[in-house]
Design a protein around this ligand. Sequence first.
Ligand code: DX5
Ligand code: ZN
Length: 216
Amino acid sequence: MKHKIAPSLLAGDFLHLQREIEMINESEADWLHLDVMDGVFVPNISFGFPVLDAVKTVCKKPMDVHLMIVEPQKFIPEVAEAGAYMMNVHYEACTHLHRTVTAIKEAGMKAGVTLNPATPVSLLEDIIQDVDMVLLMSVNPGFGGQHFIEHSVDKTRRLKEMILRKGLNTLIEVDGGINLETGKQMVEAGADILVAGAFVFGSPDPAQTIRELKEL
Ligand code: DX5
Ligand code: ZN
């Protein structure tokens, strides 16, 4: 399967979200990645459900919602109502992860489990069969434009091995510091979806940058 690209709106122009989303709609992007932060799970606050509700009215691509919040299970109805295709919760934020993953799917969404850089993939051994996607953070979550953590390449490779060993078709998404160079390394290591924020929105021609990421 050819890898997918999910631009992160976090790096977009918040004064002109409609314009940014229309650019995404017309581009070769596969999904739109949306980063919700609460200032508790991560040391930053981004945007919440009223913004997602507004994005839904314009966005024609599947919405990939990444919740960097404590107790994400409390907000499953809100995320579903906001039109999310994929709901990503952090492993580190969920005490009853199996219950949360089950509830996400019952709400009609795909379930993604996210790992911080220091959380080992081996902790997924007894949940991976139930999740649609694993989102590997290749930076510490909370901010766009950070430097890619090299160890993420090896981590992606080991996650891919686990998925193949179990005969699953779980997707692997990677998020943080992705550009043409790190993106290529991650695709070769087994990533199915590349999230890219600063690299896309900080470039002179974001639609062309998305095309270049797709061609890796
Ligand atoms: C970081 C977010 C990312 C972020 C990636 O906490 O989860 O999705 O937008 O941004 P870049 O691609 O700029 O590292
Ligand atoms: Zn993200």
